[in-house]
Ligand binder design. Sequence first.
Ligand code: HEM
Length: 157
Amino acid sequence: MAFLQWLETTAIADAVRTIPWLYPALESAHYIGIACLVGGIMLIDLRLLGVAKKLPIATMVTLLPWVWAGFLINLVTGGTIFIYGATGFGTNPPFQLKMALIALAGINAFLFEIAARRGRNSWVIDGQAPAMVKGVATLSLILWMSVVATGRWMAYV
Ligand code: HEM
């Protein structure tokens, strides 16, 4: 708890407290990050599961840099908002669950990135994702939807 209290005394927390437009700007950027990350990865996951078969998987995976950009935006914006309200957010059970889910979803996304690189001359081209990749895609859908749900749930606890 002492560490969380210290975070709220930092210059970053002070900036969020004193610059009127900063908090709403961080929140807006957090939504843009969610749109890039969760929106992008859900479309790729649905294609891997066989939706919109006419869309080449090789084209869909070229969206991955935008997905990772969304992840980075949310790490920075979420982290800054967190520092500002560390004692409240740090002791918020949905927030703690959200962080655990983000860690799992991040590892899962990394596994997919490796699978996509290894499959770039096979299933990425022929458009038929193997069972393991469909498993990763299903887990990804469940984890990222849970991150969004726990993110929203934070406001109610
Ligand atoms: C990486 C993927 C992430 C996603 C998809 C995500 C999603 C969300 C969602 C859906 C909300 C609720 C917005 C609302 O109540 O209207 C939210 C709020 C929040 N998130 Fe994230 N988040 C992510 C990462 C992070 C990280 C890494 C942190 C902190 C280290 C964080 C900190 C917060 C905080 C503090 C709020 C509350 C904002 C407020 O009440 O003003 N988020 N997030």
